[in-house]
Design a protein around this ligand. Structure first.
Ligand code: F6R
Length: 232
């Protein structure tokens, strides 16, 4: 794993952008994307850049079950507002939160298999989830329906009017699919990510710490601010 320490989230976004740009220049065509507060600065740099994604494909990690794509808190809306409205891609894929489980899982796995991911952007949960693969998720999982943990509901409730409004389930790309990406860039900022980051880098590789599997990937870059790196 390569670790890049940055001063703050703004610098982290700039560094991540440079890595994306390099991949773009080397011919990457499929970009795996994340939502949440962590990649916001990266998307802001991307939006203002001259990089052209009009012949590229974006595949997002996850979506809340029960929210329509045009719901203000859906990840589809997030991606439109933070990136796609300003930076159009040839095709974008995000799980359909209203679709029936069996067909959506099959569909999303086909999407990922037909479009092997060149670069995958990841954030990390305080419980070390990647995508919405919560602790205990088998490492060989592909797209699946996830019951969000209390920690994740708690961490995400600020985006909703109340905790009761946070969906309890999501569709998520699985760990096996994430690991199949050629390059992985994980971003983490803030003290509350420090323990998860330390366990990712030097803890045992265990399904109790989903991100620990990244130790087995040949090309992972971690971009961390000082607080997130403070337990390394
Ligand atoms: C989002 C995702 C999650 C987040 C993680 C961190 O698509 O898959 O794993 O990356 O929950 O969220 P933030 O960035 O809001 O701290």
């Amino acid at each position: 794993m390569k670790i890049i320490k940055v001063k703050n989230k703004q610098d982290g976004g700039e560094i991540a952008y440079k890595l994306i740009r390099e991949a773009h220049e080397s011919g990457a065509t499929v970009f795996g994307l994340a939502t949440g507060s962590t990649p916001e600065t990266l998307y802001s740099v991307l939006r203002k850049s001259d990089l052209d994604f009009s012949d590229k494909i974006a595949i997002n990690l996850d979506e809340y079950i029960g929210l329509a794509g045009d719901h203000p808190q859906s990840y589809k809306t997030f991606m439109k507002e933070h990136l796609f409205n300003d930076k159009p891609f040839k095709e974008t894929f995000i799980p359909d939160g209203l679709a029936e489980e069996e067909s959506e899982v099959k569909h999303y796995n086909t999407v990922i298999e037909s479009n092997p991911i060149d670069v995958q952007i990841l954030g990390i949960g305080t419980n070390a989830h990647i995508g919405f693969n919560e602790p205990g998720t088998p490492f060989d999982t592909q797209t699946h329906k996830v019951a969000l943990t209390d920690a994740t509901i708690e961490a995400n409730k600020h985006n909703f009017d109340s905790e009761n409004d946070v969906p309890r389930f999501a569709y998520s790309m699985g760990i096996k699919s994430i690991m199949s990406a050629k390059k992985i860039i994980l971003l983490a900022y803030g003290e509350n990510k420090a323990e998860a980051v330390a366990n990712t880098v030097s803890g045992p590789v265990t399904e109790d710490v989903p991100s620990s599997i990244l130790q087995k990937h040949p090309d992972v870059v971690l971009i961390l601010d000082e607080a997130a790196a403070s337990q390394l």
